[in-house]
Ligand binder design. Structure first.
Ligand code: ATP
Ligand code: MG
Length: 450
């Protein structure tokens, strides 16, 4: 990709233009991080870029002349040096004009993102002191931080995301401005907020991200349900670490580049506790059914953030199910096998592990489940069903809900090792049918209560 981008710059250069690599790719290269795309900034006007590269296309939505240029199987965004004018909505410039390279640097958000690199001369071009901030691991707004956050409030979240994900600190004036302007995040679309949050939670230091969001005031704006975990006291014998917020932060401290559903589930697993908190007769704090309330809240929060259904459908059952783990050793084989065969079990087991580490530190249930997973072959955990609805219709069961409950009872007996063959299953079904008794023990999974 680097070579292809150099060829692109050479071509612009031969046509008499200035052209640099710009922004994130320069930063990531200097940090020795993987580069996922290379943006190019040039004095060439968009029409000129399109003339030089006939295969190029205008970038939809970036009306002001960003051109996408394919070279050597890669695609590069080529933008003419520009400056932004006005920002009356707190999100976008009112107007954009072509400008000199240094002005293009001044419109960028943070000094570490405002570097150019001349790949022909192999020279860094630094109009804003980005190189020394990179060396000192500092997030510093370009120019006046208050103004820069007022122009585009998404920068508030970007500052937190870069600080957490790069392991940088936010320079004091930039931090003060961030705190002062935190409420402006309301003007930013929920999709852009969601994308930044996703990158913080699934990044290398989500707990740092949580702490910065909290101390800046951003958390109260975008995830008030998580702010509300502050000061929610828990019984000391189970939670020596402190309140629910502290506990949640300690879970996130265990995550490094976690799968996104696991990260969201960790953040949200106890979100129902403030609403569920009660004192029992002996005065002890209880959180009865907090996982049910929490699952409902998790769905509402993730829906509000317009997360995709696939993510919501993974996270909500993880929250709903997280208390089931404590009973793992007492479960009947069928219940245990249903737990082990859940599609999200690997993430749920990890959630259970970090949940334990974030309070009492006792991992016996985790070890027990790991051992079960090793010991039980997959065809034993989730064997093919012995009967179908057709088999029951053939036995003379009338169509209706009775079919489902009989099948569930047969499945239960199969997973408990009480029936092993199709014949045994058929005779169990006939016995249940003739006794007319309610089939035993087909339990509802916790999420079916939502
Ligand atoms: P990453 O791609 O890892 O998120 P990046 O720095 O490349 O990091 P992009 O969103 O791809 O971020 O943006 C490319 C460049 O455009 C940035 O490096 C920065 O110079 C500039 N930029 C992006 N968003 C903003 C913004 N909201 N305000 C000012 N400049 C921005
Ligand atoms: Mg980028």
């Amino acid at each position: 990709m680097w070579q292809a981008a150099v060829r692109l710059v050479e071509r612009l250069r031969r046509a008499g233009h200035v052209a640099y690599f710009a922004g994130g790719c320069v930063r990531d290269r200097l940090l020795g991080r993987e580069i996922h795309d290379i943006d190019i900034a040039t004095t060439a006007r968009p029409e000129e870029v399109q003339r030089l590269f006939p295969e190029s296309t205008g970038v939809h939505g970036k009306a002001f002349g960003v051109v996408r240029v394919p070279v050597g199987g890669f695609c590069f965004e080529v933008a003419t040096f520009r400056r932004d004018i006005g920002a009356s909505d707190g999100r976008h410039p009112d107007r954009v004009e072509f400008a000199r390279p240094e002005e293009d640097a001044y419109r960028r958000d943070f000094t570490i993102n405002a570097l150019f690199y001349d790949p022909i001369a192999e020279q860094l071009i630094d109009y804003v002191g980005g190189r020394s901030d990179l060396a000192e691991k500092k997030i510093r707004a370009v120019g006046d931080p208050l103004r820069r956050f007022a122009e585009d409030a998404l920068r508030l979240l970007r500052a937190v995301r870069f600080a957490a994900n790069l392991g940088f600190t936010i320079e004091p004036l930039t931090w003060q401005a961030l705190q002062a302007q935190a409420t402006a995040i309301r003007w930013i679309s929920v999709e852009r907020i969601r994308d930044e949050l996703d990158r913080i939670w699934s990044g290398p230091a989500p707990a740092v991200g949580l702490e910065l969001l909290d101390r800046s005031g951003l958390l109260l704006e975008i995830l008030p349900e998580i702010s509300a975990l502050h000061g929610v006291a828990q019984p000391k014998e189970f939670h020596p670490e402190g309140d629910v917020f502290v506990h949640t932060r300690l879970l996130l401290e265990q995550l490094r580049n976690a799968p996104l559903p696991l990260a969201w589930a960790a953040l949200l697993h106890d979100v129902g506790k403030p609403a569920a908190q009660r004192r029992d007769a002996s005065g002890r704090i209880r959180f009865f059914e907090h996982e049910v309330i929490g699952a409902r809240m998790a769905r509402a929060i993730l829906t509000r953030l317009r997360e995709p259904n696939a993510l919501i459908d993974a996270v909500v059952p993880m929250v709903a199910n997280h208390m089931a783990f404590k009973d793992a050793k007492q479960m009947r084989p069928a219940t245990l096998k249903r737990l082990l065969s859940r599609s999200t079990f690997a993430m749920e087991l990890e959630l259970h592990r970090i949940d334990c580490l974030a309070c009492h530190g006792d991992l016996t249930i985790y070890e027990f489940l790991r051992a079960k997973l090793e010991e039980l072959p997959p065809e034993d955990i989730s064997p093919p069903r012995l009967l179908t609805g057709h088999d029951l219709l053939a036995l003379g069961v009338p169509p209706g809900p009775r079919i489902g409950s009989l099948l569930a009872a047969v499945r239960e007996a199969q997973l408990n090792g009480q029936v092993r063959t199709r014949d045994e299953a058929l005779s169990l079904a006939s016995r249940l049918l003739s006794s007319g008794s309610a089939p035993p023990g087909a339990e509802a999974a916790p999420e079916s209560r939502l």
